[in-house]
Write a protein of this length. Structure first.
Length: 384
């Protein structure tokens, strides 16, 4: 078996970039192992099957560097390239952990004491946690303790058919983990797909959610996580109400990174601080600041397929950063506006985001370049 393709970068440069290539299924083994041989160097690069249909397969790999104007040819070969990869490992009875090359990166929790699933800790460059520990870990000197529902990285919304599924105040709704549809480990990425039920404040099911989390085997100076959230209106129509209290992709950064403690909020237009970024549309938003003895950052990338792209941002100097496209009346300070969205019975409503954790501030992390890798990947030309 031999399948060739060429990767070229006519407009942008790429570094440590996850790439997915679709190939004709005929002749490609769907169980591996296989690698990519770079031409003409002969270097072997780890490759991993991402998905399969009747006619095509998708292969994922990491391009460590491809400068603007360059191109490189690859050949898919039946040859295992032995590397330390990314593993999904059980962590107690109500969590699974992602380990990159043997070290903990993050864990997905659905414990009964929490109103909703979340990712924690989130280990960045240098080994420090880039998200707040509270309320998962309490009594850390100097750490803020406001908004106990801000659990590291999570998904929630404050008005789902009129019910608050954002806070943990009396009368709130919940998100309950049902099961995993997939748990995959490999040399290039690890992935879990969780099936969750969204419940109202009487524990009645409102809708289902599939949450897909993919963690890539990227170098030590950065981490890349993709999150896909797909809602299905299984029980009737679902209305996502106009409220700022929510975020389909939500982050609470480490207290030392807070904008009112020396951290910096930056969006894709170059706006900085809460005053310039809150309620504004942008393709991405980045929060950077000190963790331990170094500056690190965490960015959320909005995907062009998402509702109201580029999204609006509910981002605060006290450490909150969420992608919330619904709160038009609050953002515009105009109660005549209605940013709500109705999902009809049986319909899907899906979102995709990339979370990029980097060394240094927004410039040192080359966040703008990295975003183009997400939405404008290298060109792929199939071989003969």
């Amino acid at each position: 078996m031999s399948t060739r393709f060429r990767l070229s970068a006519p407009r942008h440069s790429y570094f440590d970039e996850p790439i997915t290539v679709e190939l004709e299924r005929s002749g490609v083994p769907v169980s591996g192992p296989f690698s990519l041989r770079e031409k003409p160097s002969g270097r072997l690069i780890p490759a991993q099957l991402k998905w399969v249909t009747d006619e095509t397969v998708a292969i994922c790999f990491i391009v460590d560097r491809l400068a603007r104007g360059e191109s490189v040819e690859f050949e898919l070969v039946e040859n295992e390239c032995t590397v330390e990869g990314v593993e999904v490992i059980p962590s107690g009875e109500q969590a699974v952990a992602f380990h990159i090359r043997g070290s903990l990166f993050t864990a997905y929790h659905w414990d009964s004491e929490s109103a909703r699933p979340f990712l924690y800790p989130v280990i960045g460059p240098g080994g420090g946690c880039v998200t707040r520990h509270f309320p998962m870990v309490k009594d850390i000197p100097g750490e803020t303790t406001d908004h106990k529902h801000h659990r590291s990285i999570w998904v929630a919304h404050g008005d789902v058919n009129g019910v608050d599924n954002w806070t943990e105040e009396p009368g709130h709704g919940t998100i309950k983990h049902k099961l995993f549809l997939e748990q995959t480990s490999g040399p290039v990425f690890a992935r879990v797909v969780a099936l969750n039920d969204w419940l109202d404040n009487s524990d009645r099911k409102v809708m289902e959610e599939e949450r897909e989390i993919t963690v890539y085997n990227i170098c030590d100076s950065a981490c890349v996580l993709d999150m896909r959230v797909a809602f299905k209106a299984t029980e009737g129509d679902v209305r996502f109400g106009d409220t700022k209290e929510g975020g389909i992709c939500s982050v609470r950064v480490a207290t030392t990174m807070d904008g009112n403690k020396g951290g910096v909020i930056t969006n894709s237009y170059g706006a900085i601080t809460e005053a310039e970024t809150w309620g504004k549309r942008a393709h991405w938003c980045d929060y950077s600041g000190p963790v331990g003895d170094r500056v690190v950052g965490i960015a959320i990338f909005d995907h062009p397929s998402n509702f109201r792209y580029p999204t609006y941002w509910h981002v605060r100097d006290y450490g909150l950063m969420t992608a919330n496209p619904f709160a038009l009346s609050a953002y515009k300070n105009d109660r005549s506006l209605d940013g709500s969205h109705l999902v009809r019975q049986g319909s899907m409503f899906a979102f995709a985001y990339r979370i990029y954790i980097h060394d240094g501030d927004v410039s040192a992390g080359r966040v703008s370049e990295k975003y183009h890798g997400y939405i404008n990947p290298p060109l792929i030309e199939s071989g003969k």
